[in-house]
Design a protein around this ligand. Structure first.
Ligand code: UD1
Ligand code: MG
Length: 508
């Protein structure tokens, strides 16, 4: 999933269609350069659109700090085969949000402890630095597994991978307040502390964290809990880690025991109080996933409403915080807009539409029940209702893709139309060409995929099968119901169907 996909854009009028295909020389608008456009897919790690860098105080040399994301756990309470951090929130794996919040501060000094489903995480995020925790013996053991990577740093910020609401500013504020300590962690106040570890204090001073499973019943009322984000001096934890035990109800090595051990050794141990900050909530169960997704959904919708995006039924609109939508776009709920999608001003997105990592340019109309994935829709184009645009589909300026039309790796040129019941795969279509209802490109012979090229101002009659590889020239005409297996030169009529016979009707 990681990376950029380059899509050829062939949208302008030209007689030399084939030349266009190979040279990609046309600049369609400011974001299409040399006819290529970047589509960032769901897991792209390097797009930091929604976070900003921050400078720390004089004492803090952030270059000496690394970050560690704990992501090896089984997530038993999710009852899913997927590693918990790969569960999606508004279409993007939870892990991504944590990673994005850390990147502006830590850049390439982020390590990830993975174990259960590590290959799944590595496949989705190939450029992360994974430290393996083969057996999941607890969060303290996860930290221990990462120590060979951490010795050269002064501090490590440890974050649970199941806290997807965390933001760059939460991270930087926490580090600012934790600066200079030996062991620090963020604490929050919850009305229902549930499965969170409780902060234990004596005369106001922190003495330890007790995990929910190990609590005495009377201590369950304690509402100050550990949020699962820690700032640790490496020298201090080198000293404390060998003392971690697993003599508790879970039989696990808890990172949280570093707090009590640090206090016992007279270290500078701090609980950084973060009030009721929702950004620090963790996800352990389907219900918590649902709650957190709803918080992020509402926030994101509100952000776009405030920025001037028109929305109908906003309670039913689900937009990824990674998406960008310009003021003056109009969105109808229910709909889903995920990944690094870009929607420009004047675009209309009808209800029941799904847009994933796609770009939709000015004044394009996406009518109801359409599904777009890694696709590009150019200015003033019309898509839908009921259109499916698969990866590398490009609907050119003023072009139409109508009901029950599927495009895959296909460019529909400027002003071209495929209005009904059509499959176009691995196809390049010139400007002002009309694709009749029921046209199919036969692009696959069971082993390989082949290309179809259709020039400008061609007319493909209804119910045509284009058996690829095949070229149809400019201004060519294809008779309805044809099976086209050979190239049709420009300005010629191609017809390939059984001749009709009319016979006397049998009289019974
Ligand atoms: C943890 C804290 C708890 C805190 C809560 C905040 C511990 C022991 N408890 O509990 O005090 O209130 O977070 O959300 O840390 N993981 C590993 N390896 C393991 C086990 C877990 O990498 O062997 C990872 C998980 O993938 C997860 C994170 O560590 O991302 C936290 O583990 P989880 O099981 O969710 O701990 P909580 O019960 O939430
Ligand atoms: Mg958790």
């Amino acid at each position: 999933m990681q990376g950029k996909i380059f899509v050829p854009i062939l949208l302008q009028n030209s007689k030399h269609f084939c030349q266009k295909i190979f040279t990609f020389l046309f600049v369609v608008n400011s974001t299409c350069i040399n006819g290529q456009m970047e589509i960032h897919v769901l897991c792209n790690r390097k797009t930091l659109g929604y976070v900003s860098r921050k400078n720390f105080g004089d004492n803090m040399d952030i270059t000496k700090c690394a970050a560690l994301i704990l992501a090896a756990g089984k997530g038993t309470r999710m009852h899913s085969m997927k590693p918990k951090v790969m569960q999606t929130i508004l279409g993007t794996p939870m892990f991504s949000y944590v990673d994005l919040a850390l990147q502006p501060v830590f850049d390439d000094k982020i390590f990830v402890v993975a174990g259960h489903g590590a290959e799944n995480i590595a496949r989705a995020f190939p450029d992360i630095k994974i430290v393996m925790q083969k057996e999941q013996l607890g969060t303290g053991h996860a930290l221990l597994c990462a120590m060979p990577e951490l010795y050269k740093y002064e501090y490590v910020l440890v974050v649970n991978g199941d806290a997807p609401l965390i933001t760059n500013s939460v991270v930087t504020d926490f580090i600012d307040r934790a600066d200079g300590c030996d062991v620090a962690f963020a604490s929050i106040e919850l009305d229902d502390a549930g499965s969170y570890g409780r902060v234990v204090r004596k005369n106001g001073l922190v003495t330890g964290i007790v995990e929910a499973k190990d609590l005495e019943t009377n201590a369950r009322e304690n509402r100050e809990v550990n949020a699962g984000i820690y700032f640790l001096r490496i020298k201090a934890i080198e000293e404390l880690l060998p003392q971690l035990g697993n003599n508790n109800k879970s039989g696990e090595y808890y990172i949280t025991d570093l707090v009590g051990l640090g206090v016992a050794r007279g270290m500078d141990v701090r609980a950084i109080k973060c009030g009721k900050d929702e950004n620090l909530l963790g996800v352990n169960s389907p219900a918590e996933l649902c709650r957190i997704e709803e918080i992020l959904r509402r926030r994101t919708v509100q952000k776009f409403l405030n920025a001037g995006v028109i929305m109908h039924a906003p309670d039913l609109v689900r937009i990824s915080p990674l998406a960008s939508i310009e003021a003056g776009a109009e969105i109808c709920g229910p709909c889903e807009i995920y990944g690094h999608s870009e929607i420009k001003s004047g675009v209309f997105v009808g209800s029941n539409t799904v847009v994933i990592s796609s770009k939709i340019f000015e004044n394009a109309q996406i009518r109801a029940f359409s599904h777009l994935e890694e696709a590009i829709v150019c200015q003033n184009a019309q898509v839908g209702p009921y259109t499916r645009l698969r990866p590398q589909a490009v609907v050119g300026e003023d072009a139409h893709a109508g009901n029950f039309v599927e495009l895959k790796k296909t460019t529909l040129g400027k002003g071209a139309k495929a209005n009904h019941l059509t499959y176009l795969g691995d196809t390049e279509i010139g400007s002002n060409t009309n694709i009749g209802a029921g046209t199919i490109t036969c692009n696959y012979d069971g082993k390989h995929k082949y290309k179809t090229k259709i020039g400008d101002s061609a007319f493909i009659g209804s119910n045509t099968s284009l058996v690829a590889p095949v070229n149809v020239g400019d201004n060519a005409l294809i008779g309805a119901g044809s099976v086209i297996t050979r190239n049709v030169p420009e300005n010629e009529l191609g017809i390939g169907r059984a001749r009709q016979k009319n016979l006397p009707k049998k009289i019974q």
